[in-house]
Write a protein that binds this ligand. Sequence first.
Ligand code: BMP
Length: 274
Amino acid sequence: PAYSLTYAQRAERHSNPAAKALLETIERKKSNLCVSVDVAKRADFLRVIDTVGPYVCLIKTHVDIIEDFEPALIERLNELSIKHDFLIFEDRKFADIGNTVALQYSSGVHKIAQWSHITNAHPVPGPSIIVGLSSVGLPLGRGLLLLAEMSTKGSLATGSYTEEAVRMARAHRDFVIGFIAQRRMDGVGASDVSSDEEDFLVLTPGVGLDSRGDSMGQQYRTPDEVVFESGCDVIIVGRGIYGKGNDVDTQTVQAQAERYRKEGWVAYEKRIAR
Ligand code: BMP
């Protein structure tokens, strides 16, 4: 099964350009760390990214959080992505009808499809959301993740909802490259596709080493729990690395990024050696 292969071996099995590039970047940088940069000011956003850049395979954004957004910010982000060799994942969580999400993805102030290699969607509208997003993203070589589970207390994305999300992904394997989830989805929503053949990426938020949660329902697990025990592929870390994100102390943020990178990589090496 995919979880015992190396990232490099898996890169060869993927034809979606975003999935392939992510796996190759992980292998090249020995990093399965994605930093989620949830800060409100342009300057803090760029400072955090420039600081953690060397330690990550992927930067996750919520571009709608940035209060002084301007289109030139995307140029800066692209420059940093080349300078530090990482991909970009706009965590937009699309959740509307196909026609609307196609417009939200391509247009508006942010024009997400132009710069974000990977984005994500809630499966709640059904398969039409994938049809809408892929009409924009597939010609650009983008990849989509479905939110099959969430990290929060009381999440409704469980049981048959999760199973249906996996079935939707299987029916659109050219564009859906994996899931936001808390564990591997192999064998979930049983199908006639053998789990040897199928290789969805699992990116996992809710990762922290020093805290088990926040006061608003977030729940944290360690990189070892996520990558070794649950077989996930990428750890997504936000506040564990940059705290509140303003008055960023570069050395602390750098040290935290390297700490999470190392924990994530050790857990992966332990997994493939098992
Ligand atoms: P933090 O590590 O600071 O708790 O941030 C987690 C990030 O991951 C946030 O940007 C949040 O939107 C995202 N996220 C999550 O926490 N849980 C999910 O199930 C899905 C998410 O996208």
